[in-house]
Design a binder for this molecule. Structure first.
Ligand SMILES: [Zn+2]
Length: 194
């Protein structure tokens, strides 16, 4: 899937001169924050109404390098695989909280949700599975109805699943991990000791 074609930025609407300066400052500030958390150029182009040439210049100045080229290579499948799923679920819950309870919209809700996600990880010292660009992609898949949250019947947590999948009795990957995920290794270690 070519996300570039799916995310063509809307033409910026002309604003009155007074408004346009403020709008410009806001957008530039937001661009700086997004580049700071590692957003790719495609994300900036899609979420902001600043001209591409300005975004590229800002990016180079802040990161000290040209933005990487190429498409965003993610599919919905990645978000439902075992380890990424726990992270994706944490992120999507944080995003929805920012949107519904925090009253934030669009890219600002993604940014705030992502910060919450990173803060939660920093508490446990765990490595982030989701880059900001992946987080943004996940939210887009969710908003487009391709991924949704489903409640686990055992732990009552909400987890990312494919939309419209057959799931009458959903149990999450943490309550029922695949055989390869950690448990197998522990069991093998016990056998070795015994
Ligand atoms: Zn569960």
């Amino acid at each position: 899937m070519d996300l570039r074609t799916a995310t063509a930025p809307p033409n910026p609407t002309p604003l009155s001169p007074g408004k346009s300066v403020l709008h410009d400052v806001e957008q530039t500030q937001l661009a700086i924050e997004l580049i700071g958390v590692g957003a790719r150029l495609q994300v900036l182009e899609s979420a902001l109404s600043l001209p591409r040439v300005r975004l590229v210049r800002l990016y180079k100045e802040l990161r000290g390098a040209s933005p990487p080229r190429g498409m965003l290579p993610f599919s919905t499948d990645w978000f439902v695989t075992w380890r990424p799923n726990a992270h994706a679920s944490m992120l999507l819950n944080a995003y929805r909280f920012m949107r519904d309870a925090g009253g934030l919209a669009g890219i600002r809700a993604v940014l705030s949700g992502y910060r919450v996600y990173r803060e939660q990880l920093s508490v446990t010292g765990e490595t982030a599975e989701l880059s900001f660009t992946r987080a943004w992609t996940l939210v887009r898949f969710h908003e487009n109805g391709m991924l949704q949250l489903e409640r686990c019947r055992r732990c009552a947590g909400d987890y990312v699943v494919h939309a419209h999948g057959p799931r009458r009795h959903y149990v999450c990957g943490l309550c029922m991990p695949p055989a390869r995920a950690g448990k197998g290794r522990k069991a093998a270690a016990r056998r070795t000791v015994a």
